[in-house]
Design a binder for this molecule. Structure first.
Ligand SMILES: Cc1ncc(C[n+]2csc(CCOP(=O)(O)OP(=O)(O)O)c2C)c(N)n1
Ligand SMILES: [Mg+2]
Length: 550
């Protein structure tokens, strides 16, 4: 007999899903028994952090990833992070351990009482196998569904005694199955749109996260160059899909209907590729488009196409749509826009100003770095620190905090050859701080830059609440990471000492933690995390360092 356990691992191996993220409890132990040596389990200390790591790993690799959560409470812990994954359309297979089948009815301890409904509406599908023998097929179904356009998370609940059951049916067929599921847009509407683009006087391109996710970075650049058209990034971006140092790059959309309408003024045809139309952040009455502006959206997501309040839409893979359009249009006879560069920052101010911090990063961070970003006060920082390559910028798509630090860990694991920089606010850092433990355990090469807004606020007046909201009790008490975690010291940033930040920007957790590649116990990892958590820790400087110059 082939056990469900062995059949499932064979299936996951065949699908290339051999890195798991998660945080187990007793319901999951039967799944993790006899853990095959060619699989890797990345342990997170909290489920939300585990899900965020898996999210970034899946987004960076473009392939579905398995996340193992503990029963109902573990799913609950991960739900905040799941909001981001759902919006990003990250292909995740989330499995959660259910109590033994015979204890579900009487709701024994650790029963997930309504497992299938718990993660809704944040998943594309939610399943529990009707019998142990159906568990491998349920997993296969979840993996194919997660990876099919529009991609997204899928949930599977598996009773703990199923893993020891008989897989029964021939699983060879399941292992062989491949699903190609990135439907191309129809040729006819693309050809019609190409004609409209050729006739347009002043077209505008807007790029959203789906473009980078579908591998459409180069296709987007090619279209912008052929049209010599300005390109903007969509609002509230989870990924950056267009090089922010390119001549055609002209900024990021505003967050209100009025601000966006103003940016579209004078453009007779707007193409929105791989983004909702539009994801405003604040309501303000008014027409969506200026007079004389037409809009066409390109998206793989029919629900998104249906939701848009204005414009036409062509549903299909956005990378393919961009390439099809570029192949059909004539080279435009107009001058390319000019990229407006921000003025150099004043680097002498103490405490260090946000724009000075960004200029240091721009000068020191290698061009092939990948960023995990969660720093609300710094706004559109990619206009100062250019993002120049595909799959280089990842942020919480829905704005749910707790993404930055764990996402950086996922990025580092996805491609250990790439430098990874995590740019986090001090508040955001609290939500995902346990990611540092996993980073140290796996010797992940990440530089964490944590920016305390105490100084940013003073310097910039950013994100102030309107006066009406400042009544007693309406402002949450200020938290300070250096007080909360005295031993995770970040004195350099707290003092705004740019020399410390600069020195720190050349180091990473792995470099500050000698011997971590050899593994090590939990205490050892924690000790090193304390040293390495912030890039500019004074004590870490006394540790032997491998030299690295950024
Ligand atoms: C899970 C979650 N809880 C609360 C919020 C609301 N929120 C948005 S920004 C923010 C503060 C973040 O602090 P920090 O990272 O220090 O950012 P900055 O100081 O740069 O604004 C909060 C609490 C959120 N987006 N997500
Ligand atoms: Mg802050």
């Amino acid at each position: 007999m082939t056990s469900v356990h062995d059949a499932a691992y064979e299936l996951l191996r065949s699908l290339g899903m051999s890195t798991f993220f998660g945080n187990p409890g007793s319901n999951e132990l039967t799944f993790l028994d006899d853990f095959p040596s060619d699989f890797r389990y990345v342990l997170a200390l909290q489920e939300g952090a585990g899900l965020a790591m898996a999210d970034a790993y899946a987004q960076a690799t473009g392939a579905p990833v398995l996340v193992s959560l503990h029963a109902a409470a573990g799913v609950g812990q991960a739900m905040g992070a799941l909001v981001n994954s759902q919006l990003a359309g990250t292909p995740l297979v989330i499995i959660s351990g259910q109590q033994a089948r015979s204890l579900i009815t009487l709701e024994g301890q650790l029963t997930n009482v309504d497992a299938i409904n718990l993660p809704k509406p944040l998943v594309k599908g939610s399943f529990e196998a009707p019998s142990p023998a159906a568990a491998p097929a349920t997993l296969a179904r979840a993996a194919h569904l997660a990876a099919s356009a529009p991609t997204g998370p899928v949930f599977v609940s598996i009773p703990l005694d199923d893993w020891r059951g008989d897989a029964g049916a021939d699983i060879g067929g399941l292992v062989k199955r491949r699903v190609a599921a990135r439907p191309a847009p129809e040729a006819e509407p693309i050809a019609a749109l190409a004609k409209r683009l050729d006739a347009a006087r002043n077209p505008l391109l807007i790029f959203g996260a789906e473009v980078d996710a579908s591998g459409g970075w180069d296709a987007g650049v090619a279209l912008a160059e052929r049209l010599a058209a300005p390109a903007l990034l969509a609002i509230e971006v989870g990924r950056i899909s267009f090089p922010t140092d390119h001549d055609c790059y002209q900024g990021t959309l505003g967050v209100t209907i009025g601000a966006v309408r103003k940016q579209l003024e004078g453009h007779d045809l707007v193409i929105v590729a791989g983004a909702p139309v539009f994801r405003y952040h604040a309501w303000a009455e008014g027409p969506y488009l200026p007079d004389g502006t037409e809009l066409v959206a390109l998206t793989a997501d029919p629900a998104q196409a249906a939701r848009a309040p204005v414009g036409d839409a062509i549903v299909g893979d956005p990378a393919q749509a961009l390439a099809m359009l570029t192949a059909r249009i004539a080279e435009a006879d107009r001058a390319r826009p000019e990229r407006r560069l921000p003025p150099a920052a004043d680097r002498s101010a103490v405490p260090m100003r946000p724009d000075a911090l960004l200029d240091v990063l721009r000068d020191r961070v290698p061009a092939d770095a990948a960023f995990a970003s969660e720093v609300p006060s710094l706004g559109n920082w990619w206009e100062r620190v250019p993002i120049t390559k595909a799959r280089s910028f990842f942020s919480s798509a829905a704005g749910g905090l707790g993404y930055g630090i764990p996402a950086a860990v996922g990025l580092g694991l996805a491609d250990p050859t790439r430098p990874v920089v995590c740019l986090s606010g001090d508040g955001s850092a609290h939500y995902g701080i346990t990611g540092l433990w996993t980073a140290a355990q796996h010797g992940v090469d990440v530089t964490f830059v944590i920016a305390p807004e105490r100084h940013l606020r003073r310097a910039q007046g950013v994100r102030r609440l309107p006066p009406d909201d400042r009544s007693a009790g309406s402002r949450p008490p200020r938290h300070r990471l250096c007080r909360t975690r005295r031993r995770v010291r970040h004195r350099g940033a707290a003092r705004g000492d740019r020399r410390r930040v600069r020195r720190g920007a050349g180091r990473s957790v792995r470099e500050q933690r000698p011997g971590c590649d050899r593994g090590g116990d939990r205490r050892d990892a924690k000790r090193h995390v304390r040293r390495a958590a912030c890039a500019h820790d004074g004590r870490a400087r006394r540790q032997p360092q491998r030299s690295r110059s950024w």
